[in-house]
Write a new protein. Structure first.
Length: 303
C-alpha cells in the first residue's frame, strides 16, 4: 500500500519532471524524493522514470500509474478539503483553475479579496495542466478557469482580459536564435515547433504552433508534450521550440532554455472562462475581485 509521501512524490514528479522542484513543492530534500521514488520502483518492480543528467521522463509503466492514480488522489484531496472547510465554517467553495504561474499569482490574490468580500465563501486555487484544463472545467472539477486567448468554445463564456504579456520563443540555449535580441514569426522556419497534445482545440494549436508563417512558409512540427515541464525538457534537449508568454522568464528559468521576445507577434491575453450553464452569482463576484486586483497590484510576470 502506498504511503502518502510516496503517492504525492510520484504524482508531483510526474508533473514537474524535476526532482528539485518536486522537493521544493513538498518541502522535503531532493534526496528524500529520490529515495522515495526508488523505494516505490522497487515495490512495484519496474522503473517509473527515465532519468539522466539532463532529462527526467516517465516510462510507459509510469504513465499508466500516473493515469490510474491521479483521479483517485484528486477525489481524496477533494473530500479532505470539504471536511476541512466544514470544520472552519466555510459553507461554499468556488474552485478556480489556472494554467501557469502568473495566472496562479493573480488567482491567489483574487481569492483572498473574494473571501473578505463574501463571508462564508472561499475561492480555492487549483493548478491544472495545459492538456486537461478544458476537460476538468467541463467535468465540474473547477467552476472557473483562467486561460489564454484564443478561446472559442460554444459551451463556455469568457470574461474580460485580466492581464497580457509579450510572446516569447522558448528555444535551446545552443540554437543560433538564442543569441538574438528578438525574433519574428518568419524565424519559426528555423526551428521545429513542439506540439501540444490533442486535447486542445485546433484554433488554439494553430495560434501557438502554426504550420505556416505569415508569408506562407512551412514550419516543421516537433514532438508532442502534455505539460510545460515536458516542453521545457524537450527544448533544453534541442528537440524543438515553443511560443510562450514572457512570464516563463521569471517563473520557469532554466539554464538550457532561452526566451527570445517576438518583434511582430501580438501579446498573449488571459481571460476567465466558465460553462454557459453555470449562472451562479459567485462567478461574477470572483471575476470582479480578479479585475480589482489587476488594477491595484502589478503581477510582475516578467523581469
Amino acid at each position: 500500500m502506498l504511503e502518502r509521501l510516496e503517492l504525492e512524490a510520484f504524482l508531483m514528479l510526474a508533473e514537474e519532471l524535476h526532482f528539485g522542484r518536486t522537493a521544493e513543492r513538498l518541502h522535503v530534500t531532493t534526496a528524500r524524493i529520490s529515495q522515495t521514488i526508488k523505494k516505490l520502483e522497487r515495490q512495484i518492480g519496474t522503473p517509473l522514470f527515465e532519468r539522466n543528467s539532463r532529462h527526467v521522463g516517465l516510462t510507459e509503466a509510469g504513465q499508466r500509474l500516473r493515469d490510474d492514480l491521479r483521479p483517485a488522489y484528486e477525489q481524496i484531496e477533494a473530500s479532505l478539503e470539504k471536511a476541512t472547510n466544514a470544520a472552519r465554517g466555510v459553507r461554499n467553495v468556488l474552485q478556480v483553475g489556472f494554467l501557469g504561474a502568473a495566472a496562479g499569482q493573480l488567482i491567489v490574490q483574487a481569492a483572498q479579496l473574494f473571501g473578505r468580500r463574501h463571508p462564508g465563501w472561499r475561492a480555492q486555487p487549483r493548478e491544472l495542466q495545459i492538456v486537461d484544463g478544458l476537460r476538468r472545467l467541463r467535468a465540474g472539477d473547477v467552476d472557473l478557469l483562467v486561460v489564454s486567448l484564443p478561446h472559442n468554445e460554444p459551451d463556455m463564456v469568457t470574461g474580460p482580459v485580466l492581464f497580457s504579456e509579450t510572446r516569447v520563443l522558448g528555444v535551446s540555449s545552443r540554437h543560433p536564435l538564442a543569441r538574438r535580441d528578438s525574433v519574428s514569426l518568419e524565424d519559426l522556419t528555423a526551428v521545429r515547433m513542439l506540439q501540444v497534445a490533442e486535447a486542445f482545440p485546433d484554433y488554439w494549436r494553430a495560434d501557438r504552433t502554426p504550420a505556416l508563417t505569415p508569408e506562407g512558409r512551412s514550419v516543421a512540427p516537433g514532438p508532442q508534450f502534455e505539460t510545460l515541464q515536458e516542453a521545457l525538457a524537450l527544448i533544453d534537449a534541442g528537440e524543438g521550440a515553443f511560443v510562450m508568454g514572457a512570464q516563463v522568464s521569471r517563473f520557469y528559468a532554466r539554464p538550457g532554455v532561452v526566451y527570445v521576445p517576438f518583434s511582430d507577434a501580438p501579446p498573449l491575453e488571459w481571460v476567465p472562462t466558465w460553462l454557459v450553464t453555470n449562472t451562479a452569482p459567485r462567478i461574477q463576484a470572483f471575476n470582479q475581485a480578479a479585475q480589482d486586483i489587476t488594477t491595484r497590484v502589478s503581477l510582475d510576470i516578467s523581469r
